[in-house]
Design a protein around this ligand. Structure first.
Ligand code: FAD
Length: 459
C-alpha cells in the first residue's frame, strides 16, 4: 500500500502540528506521523507538566510562609503527591488531547500513528505502509541523555519522562545535573517535602550563565535547604543497603551521597538514530543532530529538519518559531532565517530567571565596548510588597549603538519582564526608549528605566 502527500511531517512536537495546519490551509495535502504522544516533549513530559508541578510547589511554599503574610495554616503543610500528579495529568492531558483533536480536524491533513522511517529521500515507511511526498519535514525532538556512567546498569534511575509517573514523595531525591531541568525538579521536590541533593560536575550551577547568575541561584536554592554539590567530577551509581549511592568526587569533598531515588538531568539527545536517515542521505553532526542551513533545509533537497541549532539548547518557543520560518519561506516567498531570532529563555525556578541576548561573558568575548547595570530586586517596590526580593536585574548595552545586548532578570516576574527588553532588541531601538518610558506602578517592569540610568563600563 502506498499514499502520496504534498508534504509529510514526522513528529507532532512544537513545530509539526502548526506547520501542518499552515500547509493544509494553503491547500496542500499533509500526512502527519506521530509514534507516541501528540504534542511531544513540551506537552507530555516537559514544559507543561513541569510548570504545573512548579505551581503546586510554589503554592505549598507560600502556604508555609503564611505567618509572614499574616495568616495561619492549621497544622503542617503536607503535599499529597497523588493529587499533585492528578492536577498535572489533567493540565498536560488536556493539552495532549487538544493537539490530537485539532490535528484530526484539520481539512487536508491525515494523521497516521506509528514510527516513521525513511526508505528514500521522498518515501517514508509507517506500519508497513509507504508514504510518498515531495517535501518531508522532520520534527522528532529529543529525549533525556543517559550517559554511560559507572553503575548505571545496576540501579533504577528516573528521567524527566519517568518523573511524570511519580505519585509519591521520594525521601531523598539525588539529582545528577545542575542545569535548567535539574534545578526546576530540585526546587519543586524540595518544596513538596523531599530531601534534595543536586550534583553537578562543573564548578557552578547553570554553567552557561554568567557567574553572578549561577552564584545567586545557588544561594537561593541553598537557603531553601537544597544540598548542592559542585565539582562532582567522578559521578557513579551503586546499590547500597536499599539506597542508591551516588559517587561524587575523586579528590575533594564527601565521596558519595546516599539517596532513595536518582534523577538524571544531564542533557538531551536527538531522536534521529532510528529514522533511517542514511537511506535518505540526510547528514547529521557528531552528536546526531541533523545538519541544517539557516532556513532549516537539510543537505537533501526536499527535506527540512524542524530543530533548534543555535547551540543554546532547544526550547518550545524555538521549535514553534522554526515552523513560522519554514512556512513563511515556502508559502509566502519570505527569506526568514534562524539567525534573525534573538536568544531568549527562562529558568522556571522561584524566583525565575528571564534571559535574553548575550551573557556578559559572550559580550567580553565579542570584544565590543559595552555598558552594564545591575540592581537588586530588593529595590523593586512590587517585589518588596510581594515579599519576594531575591535576585537582581542586569542589563548590558552596546556603548556605541546604545542597543541592548543582553539581560538577566532573576527575580519575581523575571520570565515576563524580560520581554520588555527583548522586544526593544527586536525593534533595534536604543535602550533609551525603555529608559524614558513611563511604566505602570507597582510592577517589576517600572524599575527598568531606573536600572538603565545606572550604566557603567563592563569590566
Ligand atoms: C523537563 C523539561 C522541561 C522543559 N521546560 C521547558 C520550558 O519551560 N520552556 C521551554 O521553552 N522548553 C522547555 N523544555 C524543552 C521543550 O520541551 C522542547 O524544547 C520542545 O518540546 C522540543 O520540541 P520539538 O518540537 O523539537 O520536539 P518534541 O516535542 O520532542 O516532539 C517530537 C515528537 O516526535 C515524535 N517522534 C520522534 N521520532 C519519531 C518517529 N520516528 N516517527 C514518528 N514520530 C516520532 C515524538 O514522539 C514526539 O512526539 C523542557 C524540556 C524538558 C525535558
Amino acid at each position: 500500500m502506498s499514499r502520496h502527500f504534498d508534504a509529510i511531517i514526522i513528529g507532532t512536537g512544537q513545530a509539526g502540528p502548526s506547520l501542518a495546519a499552515r500547509f493544509a490551509a494553503a491547500g496542500m495535502t499533509v500526512g502527519v506521523i506521530e509514534r507516541h504522544k501528540f504534542g511531544g516533549t513540551c506537552v507530555n513530559t516537559g514544559c507543561i507538566p513541569t510548570k504545573t508541578l512548579v505551581a503546586s510547589a510554589y503554592a505549598a511554599h507560600v502556604a508555609r510562609r503564611g505567618a509572614e503574610y499574616g495568616f495561619a495554616v492549621n497544622g503542617d503543610v503536607r503535599v499529597d503527591m497523588k493529587r499533585v500528579k492528578a492536577r498535572k495529568d489533567e493540565v498536560s492531558g488536556r493539552s495532549n488531547r487538544g493537539v490530537e483533536e485539532w490535528l484530526r480536524g484539520v481539512k487536508n491533513c491525515t494523521v497516521i500513528q506509528g514510527h516513521a522511517r525513511f526508505q528514500s529521500s521522498h518515501t517514508v515507511v509507517v506500519n508497513d505502509e509507504v508514504l510518498h511526498a515531495d517535501k518531508i519535514f522532520i520534527n522528532v525532538g529529543g529525549r533525556a541523555s543517559v550517559p554511560a556512567m559507572p553503575g548505571i546498569q545496576d540501579v533504577p534511575f528516573l528521567t524527566n519522562s519517568s518523573m511524570m509517573d511519580v505519585d509519591f514523595l521520594p525521601e531523598h531525591l539525588v539529582i545528577v545535573g545542575g542545569s535548567y531541568i535539574g534545578l526546576e525538579f530540585g526546587q519543586m521536590y524540595h518544596r513538596f517535602g523531599s530531601k534534595v541533593t543536586i550534583v553537578e560536575m562543573g564548578p557552578r550551577l547553570i554553567g552557561r550563565e554568567d557567574e553572578d547568575v549561577s552564584e545567586a541561584v545557588r544561594q537561593i536554592l541553598g537557603a531553601e535547604g537544597i544540598q548542592i554539590r559542585l565539582n562532582a567530577k567522578c559521578i557513579s551509581l551503586a546499590k547500597h543497603d536499599g539506597l542508591i549511592a551516588v559517587g561524587l568526587g575523586c579528590d575533594e569533598g564527601p565521596p558519595e551521597v546516599l539517596g532513595t531515588h536518582v534523577l538524571l538531568a544531564v542533557g538531551r539527545i536527538p531522536n534521529t538514530h532510528d529514522l533511517g536517515l542514511d537511506r535518505a542521505g540526510v547528514a547529521t553532526d557528531q552528536r546526531g543532530y541533523i545538519v541544517v542551513d539557516e532556513q532549516l533545509q537539510t543537505n537533501v533537497p526536499g527535506i527540512w529538519a524542524l530543530r533548534d541549532f543555535n547551540g543554546r539548547g532547544a526550547f518550545t518557543h524555538t521549535s514553534y518559531s522554526v515552523h513560522e520560518i519554514v512556512a513563511d519561506n515556502l508559502l509566502n516567498g519570505d527569506h526568514r532565517r534562524v539567525s534573525d531570532r534573538i536568544q531568549t529563555y527562562a529558568l522556571f525556578t522561584d524566583p525565575p530567571l528571564g534571559r535574553c541576548g548575550m551573557t556578559d561573558a559572550e559580550i567580553r568575548k565579542s570584544g565590543r565596548g559595552a555598558l552594564v547595570t545591575k540592581l537588586p530586586m530588593s529595590r523593586v517596590s512590587r517585589a518588596v510588597e510581594k515579599g519576594e526580593t531575591q535576585g537582581f536585574i542586569k542589563i548590558s548595552v552596546d556603548a556605541e549603538t546604545k542597543h541592548i545586548l543582553g539581560a538577566a532578570i532573576l527575580g519575581t516576574g523575571g520570565d515576563e519582564v524580560v520581554h520588555v527588553l527583548l522586544d526593544i532588541m527586536y525593534a533595534k531601538a536604543p535602550y533609551t526608549v525603555v529608559q524614558r518610558a513611563m511604566h505602570i506602578h507597582p510592577t517589576v517592569a517600572e524599575f527598568l528605566p531606573t536600572v538603565l540610568s545606572k550604566l557603567e563600563p563592563l569590566a
